[in-house]
Design a protein around this ligand. Structure first.
Ligand code: FCB
Length: 451
């Protein structure tokens, strides 16, 4: 029976602020935030929740909650300048953070890429050179922090970077071209493979993984071949397009066929599938919700580049403030599928690197948040994790999304995922869910199940 790691997750652009401080250069999110109408309320990450300056308080808070680990990401354009030279002042921030975490007994879980690509990289992820630059960047970060950071995640949710950024246009850089989206997906995966290989060569004992996101799909009418085929197609680009090549199976033949002329055949060169299939030490799983869908006609650009007509159907489940259905049984099914299909056969353990919920969180008169809805969500999803472990899926840890209320991308600051609220003065106020989360950790929950 192994231990179980409890943590909280954040991402650089969502919390750091200090957008132009100590030599940080613009990322594609700084640029995208300036596009009129791109972000709710015209919000941006310039100040965010000022974690760049308030990190000692945030680290102390995590320590007080009894967390074992903190999953954060590094801002590429903070640590490397446009001419490719390291920026010592930017790197020093992560140096201080890592030292602070270790001093509090918190394990640093470092993600190299959580969507804030340097804006100067021409072509972004549609350019093969970006994958090569990513591996160089990984080595620069490792060179400075590798003596203390043992857990390395290459990418967070490449589906979002590729499909929301280049397919639906709702994330940076805001493009709406299915061929670009699939090209970006390939270069992201190639970047993962190149970076993981470079890290492995530099540091044989580093633990290296990737975080993928999963939104299981269900056909509205399981007897309607159109609905069933739509689910196959959407599952193809959402899940199998990423998980299959990472586990050495190459790109799924049906996805290539569905993509037709949009498949970037010229971009996928001969050694790429082997590069992408670099052995992993863990798979990070992000899960929030499920969708019941039917074949229809939706106008406009879609993140489902091979299933453009997808329409979501309500099945009456409770929904979070994101409009996402709450479906813990879907999480259990998913974890069993990942265990059975990919991770289990490869002997790769899973970590839940994100799970959580946004709720309106109206504060009480004294500024406190009694978020019983978030507690219920987390409790039900932790129960699903326990059940998956009990049935033999090797899951070794759980990171709640998120430690703090933060910049929720195109939806700005309105959507609150934190177990800790951040008020107008940027004060940190733990919600009831933070106290509850601490009590679960202290209680030894998860100790009983699993391998
Ligand atoms: C995930 C992202 C994370 C956050 C949550 C709500 O897709 O990785 O940054 O926005 O969704």
């Amino acid at each position: 029976m192994g231990g179980f790691l409890w943590g909280a997750a954040t991402a650089s652009y969502q919390i750091e602020g200090a957008a132009a401080e100590d030599g940080r250069e613009p990322s594609i999110w700084d640029v995208f935030c300036q596009v009129p109408g791109a972000i709710a309320n015209g919000d941006d990450g310039n100040l965010a929740v000022d974690h760049y300056h308030r990190w000692p308080e945030d680290v102390a808070l995590m320590s007080a909650l009894g967390l074992d680990a903190y999953r954060f990401s590094v801002s590429w354009s903070r640590v490397l300048t446009a001419d490719g030279t390291p920026n010592p002042a930017g790197i020093a921030f992560y140096d201080r953070l890592v030292d602070g975490l270790l001093a509090h007994g918190l394990e640093p879980w470092l993600t190299l890429y959580h969507w804030d690509l340097p804006a100067h990289l021409l072509g972004g992820w549609t350019a093969r050179a970006t994958a090569e630059r990513f591996a160089e960047y990984a080595l620069v970060v490792h060179d400075r922090l590798g003596d203390r950071v043992r857990r390395w995640t290459t990418l967070n949710e490449p589906w979002c970077s590729a499909m929301l950024g280049y397919g639906a246009g709702v994330h940076a850089p805001g493009h709406t071209d299915p061929t670009e989206a699939l090209t970006a997906a390939h270069h992201l995966l190639l970047g993962h493979g190149l970076a993981a290989r470079a890290l492995r060569e530099a540091d044989a004992s580093a633990s290296i993984g990737i975080t993928l996101n999963y939104t299981p799909l269900y056909p509205a009418n399981p007897d309607d071949p159109a609905d069933v085929d739509l689910v196959r197609r959407a599952d193809g680009t959402a899940h199998r397009l990423f998980t299959d090549p990472v586990f050495g199976r190459g790109y799924p033949a049906d996805v290539i066929e569905d993509a037709g002329p949009h498949w970037p055949a010229g971009a996928v060169r001969d050694p790429d599938p082997a590069t992408i299939a670099v052995p992993l030490d863990f798979l990070g799983v992000n899960y929030y919700s499920t969708q019941m869908v039917r074949a229809g006609t939706t106008p406009g650009p879609s993140p489902h580049v091979t299933a453009p007509g997808l329409v979501e159907v309500s099945r009456g489940f409770e929904r979070t403030d994101m409009g996402w259905e709450v479906h813990p049984a879907g999480f259990l099914e998913l974890l069993r599928r990942i265990g059975r299909t990919w991770a289990g056969p490869a002997g790769v353990p899973l970590y839940i690197t994100e799970n959580g919920a946004a709720y309106p969180d109206a504060p009480t008169a004294d500024g406190h948040v009694e978020d019983a809805d978030r507690i219920a969500y987390l409790d039900a999803h932790l129960t699903a994790v326990a059940a998956a472990r009990a049935s033999g899926v090797d899951i070794r840890g759980y990171f709640v999304w998120s430690l703090l209320d933060n910049f929720e991308w195109a939806l700005g600051y309105d959507k609150r995922f934190g177990i800790v609220a951040v008020d107008e003065e940027l004060r940190r106020i733990p919600k009831a869910s933070a106290r509850w989360y601490a009590s679960q950790i202290a209680s030894g929950r998860m100790r009983g199940e699993g391998t």
